[in-house]
Design a protein around this ligand. Structure first.
Ligand SMILES: [Zn+2]
Ligand SMILES: [Zn+2]
Length: 158
């Protein structure tokens, strides 16, 4: 093994689980400090976050890291199934550390996003998508409306 490779490996294993290493290498992707730190930041997210928020979260550990790098890394992690992207009103990409099947409530007034669980026939949806000539990646349900706080703030309907 070349020396450089051994150094990268030692540096990286100080913080990050081997699962990510294996997953990156299995895809022929290099294991870089940026990727490891951004993946760790995503895993530590307590809520859905935008790329800008993730960029802010990692700036201390990755001085000078650019927002496009963060976007590209998030895209890679999404392809690897380590983060999910949630569809929002504004079209802003919002990332979700929770990768198991669940759905989202999106408030049209304040933009708040919350998880919601419920039974959805994904297979039927994906089949319908394929029937329309679409090549679907995954199905997720977004329920639009008003969050509890916004609903409470609005005057009652006449
Ligand atoms: Zn709201
Ligand atoms: Zn979620």
């Amino acid at each position: 093994m070349p020396i450089g490779c051994a150094i990268v490996r030692r540096m990286a294993t100080t913080r990050i689980d081997d699962g990510l290493h294996t997953a990156l290498r299995a895809r022929g992707q290099r294991v870089t400090p940026q990727r490891l730190v951004i993946a760790a930041a995503v895993r530590d997210l307590e809520h859905h976050a935008t790329a800008e928020q993730i960029h802010t979260a990692v700036a201390g550990r990755l001085p000078g890291v650019s927002l496009p790098t963060v976007y590209a890394t998030l895209e890679l992690l999404e392809e690897m199934g380590l983060v999910r992207r949630v569809a929002t009103e504004s079209g802003t990409a919002v990332y979700d550390p929770r990768t198991d099947v669940h759905h989202h409530l999106v408030c049209r007034r304040c933009g708040a996003i919350a998880d919601v669980d419920g039974d959805v026939d994904h297979d039927a949806l994906l089949r319908a998508a394929r029937g329309a000539g679409f090549a679907p990646d995954a199905a997720q349900v977004v329920i639009r409306g008003l969050c509890a706080a916004c609903a409470a703030a609005l005057p009652p309907a006449p």
